[in-house]
Design a protein around this ligand. Structure first.
Ligand code: PEP
Ligand code: MN
Length: 336
């Protein structure tokens, strides 16, 4: 529910109303309009109606918010959220490119790729240390050692690191050392993990589940926000359909749909979205044209030798050329 206040209310009257809302167990979010001041209530608001706040004469009227997501709802926060990690931004109108290998494999590999993608203009370095693999016999990632190598790559290039947290056994380490915590597609509806991560109040890249709707993605973001984390980028990474020519079906219409529904920045993953390196460029450019705030792209120095997702990884050379094209498409479609 959104509670619209009358103009020029006395601060003590507003404090009294706010206290009443908090005592009912709601999270209260300020929504500044051009000439109005509104309070957005998040929580179970199903039993509220126009009468609930009738005794407060500073309330002009109330608006029911039909959607179950509140804090993630653009109606609660009309301006775009901008994530800022030491000046590296997502959602500020620039095109934030997160690039790096699917998995960290060695110091030489991650340093070489990190240096190359930094030179080509990537804003963040990606690399999995803990990998969610379909087979228990496949390479599971380097674990803590991989995290240490990412830290070295960050110190050499200045790129903030984005890496996946698989379960809550590593929460403390991720809180201390990771710049942007990735919640993978398979964990998008791991609600107990979302609750734990939400409490960390760190930037999060939340990937859409393999078979989840846009509203379910927004509800997963709501879990994180209800815990106190507001810097969340939503990632479209393809969904399961009957199509087998591509690994997943990249739902690019999710970008403009999400832009209407939420103020959170949207990142597109053309690597997992297609599964084929030669399809990464056209879908990265299409995502840019569709209004994405960022891209996450798998780049490997020797894709044919990659321990994970080599078929969808592009070389640093291909990435370099692609970055120039992304820039040109972004300039062509952006408002400023
Ligand atoms: C990844 O980014 O390497 C990954 C495993 O992605 P997803 O969770 O989208 O499959
Ligand atoms: Mn991968």
């Amino acid at each position: 529910m959104i509670v619209v206040l009358k103009p020029h209310v006395a601060p003590e009257k507003e404090a009294e109303l706010r206290q009443y809302m908090l005592s009912m167990g709601f999270t209260v979010q300020d929504i500044a309009g051009e000439s109005t001041h509104m309070l957005g209530l998040a929580g179970d608001t199903s039993h509220l109606n126009a009468e609930t706040f009738a005794r407060f004469d500073i309330v002009d009227h109330t608006i029911k918010v039909r959607e179950s997501y509140k804090l993630a709802n653009r109606r609660f926060h009309p301006d775009n959220t901008v994530i800022d990690v030491n000046g590296h931004k997502i959602g500020d109108g620039s095109m934030a490119v997160i690039a790096g290998p699917c998995s960290v494999e060695s110091e030489e590999q991650i340093l070489s790729v990190a240096r190359d993608v930094a030179r080509s203009g990537a804003a963040f370095l990606r690399g999995g240390a803990f990998k969610p693999r379909s087979s228990p016999y496949a390479f599971q990632g380097m674990g803590m050692e991989g995290l240490d190598l990412l830290k070295i790559a960050r110190s050499k290039t200045g790129l903030p690191i984005v890496t996946e947290l698989m379960d809550n056994s590593c929460l403390d380490v991720f809180e201390k050392h990771v710049d942007v915590i990735q919640i993978g597609a398979r964990n998008m509806q791991n609600f107990s993990l979302l609750r734990e991560v939400g409490r960390l109040k760190k930037p999060i890249l939340l990937k859409r589940g393999l078979a989840n709707t846009i509203d379910e993605l927004l509800m997963a973001a709501e879990y994180l926000m209800a815990g106190g984390s507001f810097d969340i980028a939503l990632c479209e990474r393809g969904i399961r359909t009957f199509e087998t020519a591509t690994r997943n079906t990249l739902d690019l219409s999710a970008v403009p749909v999400l832009k209407e529904k939420t103020h959170l920045p949207i990142v597109v993953d053309p690597s997992h979205g297609t599964g084929h390196w030669n399809l990464v460029e056209p879908m990265a450019l299409a995502a840019t044209a569709a209004g994405a705030d960022g891209l996450i792209i798998e780049v490997h120095n020797t894709p044919h030798l990659a321990l994970c997702d080599g078929a969808q990884s592009i070389t640093p050379e291909v990435f370099h050329t692609l970055m120039g094209k992304i820039q040109r498409v972004h300039e062509a479609v952006s408002d400023n």
